[in-house]
Design a protein around this ligand. Structure first.
Ligand SMILES: [Zn+2]
Length: 113
């Protein structure tokens, strides 16, 4: 389950942030997760629940912002919502499209006590 290794690195980032301000506990963690990031939210939540009791996130509330994926067409510059990494432009049918948003998996904010 690759979500477990993702959670371990998220916890490290959050704890580093908290230590910078000499905090002992993290009360809230906010994450941005794109719809084509490849992350299963259920698996992510499960992984958090299994590791957080031994970290500074023990009592933290985990907020997840879902970022809707968008693609851009290189031929006609059209931007559109998508749920697939590989997709055709709905306007001109070009396959030369790329994801401009929705692959992210990042720690947006860490709130400490
Ligand atoms: Zn196009």
């Amino acid at each position: 389950m690759h979500e477990m290794s993702i959670v371990v690195s998220i916890v490290e980032i959050a704890e580093d942030e908290a230590k910078k301000v000499l905090a002992e506990r993290i009360s809230e963690l906010e994450l941005d997760i794109g719809t084509v990031s490849g992350i299963e939210l259920d698996a992510l939540n499960f992984a958090f629940e299994s590791v957080k009791y031994k970290t500074m996130l023990k009592n933290a509330e985990i907020k997840i912002n879902i970022i809707q994926a968008k693609s851009k067409c290189e031929d006609c510059s059209f931007e559109y919502k998508t749920d697939n990494v590989y997709n055709l432009c709905p306007k001109c049918n070009s396959y030369r499209t790329h994801i401009i948003q929705g692959k992210e998996m990042k720690v947006k904010s860490v709130t400490v006590d």
